[in-house]
Ligand binder design. Sequence first.
Ligand code: CTP
Ligand code: MG
Length: 227
Amino acid sequence: MQYEVVLPAAGSGKRMGAGQNKLFLLLANKPILIHTLEVFEQDENCTGIWLAVKPEEREFIQQLLREYQITKVKGLPDGGEERQHSVHSCIKEMEQVEIVLVHDAARPFITQNIIASLVKRAIEQGAAIAGVKAKDTMKKVKDGIIVETVDRESLWMIQTPQAFRYDLLAEAEDVAEKVGFLGTDEAMLVERLGYPVHIVEASYDNLKMTTKEDLVLGEAILKKRGI
Ligand code: CTP
Ligand code: MG
């Protein structure tokens, strides 16, 4: 059940509007990035962490790793222009492992239970990603007018982690790079090669810290957990 994890952390947090990488903002007095790292640091099945970082932030992040005693980071390669490029630079730098997880550094509330389910499914089936069922009525809109009410039963909101057999993800990323395909998650790259990607029902708590409102929700989740 062992795995290594890739954490893209080289974004700029534009939608958060904090004037700095949102991963350095504090939740319960601790940087978001550290909340996320601690989940993997504490998971005995995690054998290595790869962090994609902005070159100008590398030193500060290394300082944080020391301060919070994060010991499993094996490499901090340069991130790229897009999230997919940041993930790819980690995949290229790491050695081959059986299972690799990709997880947004901006999702600090991921739990070991969900991680374990994803790793198990990836071992059995090759590719498995976290998601939750859509809660609201979903409609397709064009030019401000409803085109269609989409059957909600078949709609899932996709999160990370996304877990893969390493060879499968590496192949999908190589092909994407070669043909210049840009996806919004890793699963898209694997799907377009025709491999089945399985879904694991995760948690509505597994929020991505994207806008200011998410910080308020984040504090509430930590409070609920007694942190
Ligand atoms: N990320 C990355 N490299 C990029 C862009 C994003 O490593 N070129 C990372 C972010 O640091 C984050 C994760 O990918 O942990 C998810 O991306 P997102 O939530 O979009 O973060 P940002 O790109 O930082 O935010 P925004 O899109 O609002 O600028
Ligand atoms: Mg982004």
